[in-house]
Ligand binder design. Structure first.
Ligand SMILES: NC(=O)c1ccc[n+]([C@@H]2O[C@H](COP(=O)([O-])OP(=O)(O)OC[C@H]3O[C@@H](n4cnc5c(N)ncnc54)[C@H](O)[C@@H]3O)[C@@H](O)[C@H]2O)c1
Length: 272
C-alpha cells in the first residue's frame, strides 16, 4: 500500500483536467504538499489560489515539459526548495487534432512525442533515483486506451501512448525485480469529459468517462499499488479481445460495429 498522507505529490499538467482533480484528491487524502507543473500560467495561478484558500500547501511551477532544460532546472528547484517527491504523476499530454498521418507536420510529430512520451521519462529520471535511495515512492504514468488500441485520426497520439505503456511497464518490472519499494501504475482510460477530446463520438461500449470518477480511480490505484487503472470495461477487456480475435474480426466488431474507428470523426478538442 502507498500512503498518500504526509507525502509530497508532483503532478505534471496539474493546473486543469484530470491532473487538477488528482492533485486535489491527493491533498484531500492528506498529502503534505502538492507540486504542480504546468505550461498554462493563468490556470496554474487560479488553481494555486483556490487550493491555498483551502489552506493546502501548493508549489506551482510554470514549465513546458517539452523543454528538457526546463525539466532539469525545475526539478532541481523542487528538490532544493520543496524536498524529495514521494508520488510523481506524469499526466501532462496533448493531442494536435484529428489528422490523417499524411497531413501531419514533422513539428507536430516531434511535439506530441516529446510531451506525451519523452517528458515522462526525463521527469522520472529526475526523481526516481531519490525514490530508490529513500526506499519508497510511486510513479503514475498516464497513458490512454489509445496506448492499447490503434485508432485512425490519432496515429501519433497512439504512438506516444503505446510508448508510455511499454516503458512504464518495463520500469515497473525493473523496480520490482530490484525490490526497490517504488511502485508504478499505468493508466489507460478511454475518452474523458475534460474537453481534450471534445466532439468525439462515443457509444455505450465506449462511454465518455467522468473526469472526477477517473481521477478518484487513479488515486485509489495509488493507495492500493495497482499496476493498471483501466476504464471503461471494454478497455480492461482489450488484451483479451485483441489476443483472441483475428485482426479483421477485431476491426469489424470493435472498429466498425462498436464505432471506435469513427470515434475521432467529430473531434474538435479544446477551444482555441
Ligand atoms: N481527456 C481524455 O479523453 C483522455 C483520455 C485518455 C488519456 N488522457 C490523458 O490524460 C492526460 C490529461 O488529460 P486531460 O484530459 O486532463 O487534458 P487537459 O488538456 O484537460 O489537461 C492537460 C494539462 O496539461 C497541461 N500541459 C499541456 N502541455 C503541457 C506542457 N508542454 N508542459 C506542461 N504542461 C502541459 C495543460 O496546460 C493542461 O493543464 C493526458 O496525458 C491525456 O493524454 C486523456
Amino acid at each position: 500500500m502507498t500512503k498518500i498522507k504526509n507525502c509530497t505529490v508532483l503532478v505534471t499538467g496539474g493546473a486543469s483536467g484530470i491532473g487538477r482533480l488528482m492533485g486535489d484528491m491527493c491533498l484531500n487524502n492528506g498529502a503534505k504538499q502538492l507540486v504542480i507543473w504546468d505550461i498554462n500560467k493563468d490556470k496554474l495561478i487560479e488553481t494555486t489560489r483556490e487550493l491555498r484558500a483551502l489552506h493546502y500547501t501548493v508549489h506551482p511551477f510554470v514549465v513546458d515539459v517539452s523543454d528538457l532544460g526546463a525539466i532539469k532546472l525545475t526539478a532541481d528547484k523542487v528538490k532544493s526548495e520543496v524536498g524529495p517527491v514521494d508520488i510523481l504523476i506524469n499526466n501532462a499530454g496533448i493531442i494536435t487534432g484529428n489528422q490523417e498521418f499524411s497531413q501531419f507536420s514533422h513539428e507536430a510529430v516531434d511535439r506530441t512525442m516529446t510531451i506525451n512520451t519523452n517528458a515522462l521519462m526525463h521527469i522520472t529520471l529526475e526523481f526516481l533515483p531519490d525514490m530508490i535511495k529513500n526506499g519508497k515512492g510511486h510513479i503514475v504514468n498516464i497513458s490512454s486506451a489509445a496506448g492499447m488500441l490503434s485508432n485512425p485520426g490519432m496515429s501519433v497520439y497512439c504512438a506516444s501512448k503505446w510508448a508510455v505503456f511499454g516503458w512504464s511497464e518495463s520500469i515497473r518490472i525493473e523496480l520490482e525485480k530490484k525490490k526497490t519499494r517504488v511502485h508504478v501504475t499505468t493508466v489507460n482510460p478511454s475518452y474523458i469529459n475534460t474537453g481534450m477530446f471534445a466532439g468525439v463520438k462515443v457509444n455505450p461500449a465506449l462511454p465518455l468517462l467522468k473526469a472526477e470518477k477517473l481521477a478518484a480511480k487513479v488515486v485509489r490505484g495509488i493507495k492500493s499499488n495497482r499496476i493498471f487503472v483501466r476504464s471503461p470495461f471494454m478497455v480492461k477487456m482489450l488484451p483479451f479481445t485483441k489476443g483472441a480475435l483475428p485482426v479483421r474480426c477485431f476491426d469489424l466488431i470493435v472498429g466498425k460495429w462498436l464505432g471506435v474507428y469513427k470515434s475521432m470523426d467529430g473531434f474538435t478538442g479544446h477551444p482555441g
